[in-house]
Design a protein around this ligand. Structure first.
Ligand code: FE2
Length: 148
């Protein structure tokens, strides 16, 4: 699997987990929804960590562009982490309606963010560091397993 496919598929996996959270909340399955939420939270943090500790540094080193697109992506990750923490608070207090409401905002940010990564940043990464993808892939996997 290529660099672009790997990260794009991971975006889709996170999207699917969030859709599952929404569905379970809709169905009133609170325990299952809370479990799916915990999985989503872990999947998002894992994705951010793979980008911030493996992909972005490789790109920044290869291009000398540390204040460019990766910095914007890092800032957006922080913005999303803020929302995710708020959502965690809602989930922890059993406020699943609040969780889903905050999730609407998160989803809008995610969609914009992923569009930028998939449309621009990942192709740039492929062009500049695609040759080292094998070792980067191993480093990404070493970040940890996908939350079960
Ligand atoms: Fe991403």
């Amino acid at each position: 699997m290529s660099l672009i496919d790997y990260f794009t598929e991971d975006h889709h996996a996170c999207d699917e987990t969030w859709a599952e959270v929404e569905r379970l909340v809709d169905e009133g399955q609170a325990a299952a929804a809370t479990a799916a939420w915990a999985r989503f939270f872990g999947e998002m943090e894992r994705h951010f960590t793979m980008e911030e500790t493996v992909l972005f540094p490789a790109f920044e080193e290869a291009t000398g562009m540390a204040g460019g697109p990766t910095q914007v992506m890092r800032m957006e990750h922080q913005q999303m982490r803020g929302l995710l923490e708020q959502m965690n608070g809602a989930a922890a207090s059993g406020d699943l309606a609040g969780l889903v409401e905050l999730g609407d905002t998160l989803l809008m940010i995610i969609q914009q963010h992923n569009k930028k990564e998939e449309g621009m940043l990942y192709p740039m990464c492929e062009a500049h560091v695609g040759d080292s993808w094998d070792s980067m892939h191993a480093a990404c996997e070493a970040v940890g397993p996908k939350p079960a």
